[in-house]
Design a protein around this ligand. Structure first.
Ligand SMILES: [Zn+2]
Length: 165
C-alpha cells in the first residue's frame, strides 16, 4: 500500500499532540461553560471512553484467563502501544494495599505544560481505568499523585484502586 503521507510519515510532533490534548479540551470545555473540577472530570471521563475503546477495538489486549495474568498481558500490550505512539514509557507495580501503581515516564500528556503545582493528567488517569475495566471487569478509580508537567516530578504516577467487582 502506498504511504498516505509520503513526506511526513506516521510521526506527529509532541507539540502537535499538546495542541489537541490541552488546547482542544480547553476550548471544548470553555465553549460548554465547564470549568474547574468539572473540567478535570470531563477529561477523566473522555480518557475512560478512550481506554474502553482501545480494548473493544483490539488495540490493547489482555491475554490469559486469570486476572493476574490478564493484568500483566494488558499492561504489556498497553505499554507497547503507548511507547510505539510516543506517548510515554509505562511501568507498573502492586501497592502494599492491593492498589495498582502505574508510572508514566516521558508523558506526552503533560509534556511542556505550564507548571500549576498539581497533577493535570486527567485523561491518562481515566484512560487507565477504562482499560482495566473493559479488559478485566470491575470499576476502578485512579488518582495521579506525581505529575511531570503539572508538578515537576520525575514521572507521572497513578494510584489505581478497584471500587467494585
Ligand atoms: Zn502527569
Amino acid at each position: 500500500m502506498a504511504k498516505k503521507r509520503p513526506v511526513l510519515g506516521d510521526a506527529v510532533h509532541a507539540e502537535a499532540f499538546q495542541l489537541f490534548r490541552l488546547l482542544g479540551f480547553d476550548s471544548l470545555t470553555a465553549a460548554l461553560g465547564i470549568e474547574g473540577e468539572e473540567e478535570d472530570e470531563v477529561q477523566y471521563m473522555a480518557g475512560m471512553s478512550m481506554g474502553r475503546a482501545l480494548v473493544r477495538r483490539g488495540r490493547v489486549r489482555a491475554h490469559g484467563p486469570d486476572e493476574a495474568h490478564g493484568l500483566d498481558g494488558l499492561m504489556a500490550s498497553f505499554g507497547e502501544l503507548y511507547r510505539r505512539m510516543g506517548l510515554g514509557i509505562i511501568e507498573y507495580r502492586k501497592g502494599e494495599d492491593g492498589s495498582l501503581i502505574v508510572s508514566v515516564a516521558e508523558c506526552a500528556g503533560c509534556h511542556g505544560a505550564e507548571f500549576v503545582d498539581r497533577p493535570i493528567c486527567f485523561v491518562e488517569a481515566g484512560l487507565l481505568c477504562g482499560l482495566l475495566s473493559e479488559a478485566l471487569g470491575g470499576e476502578y478509580t485512579a488518582r495521579e499523585h506525581k505529575c511531570i508537567g503539572g508538578k515537576g516530578d520525575e514521572v507521572c504516577e497513578f494510584i489505581i484502586t478497584r471500587v467494585s467487582a
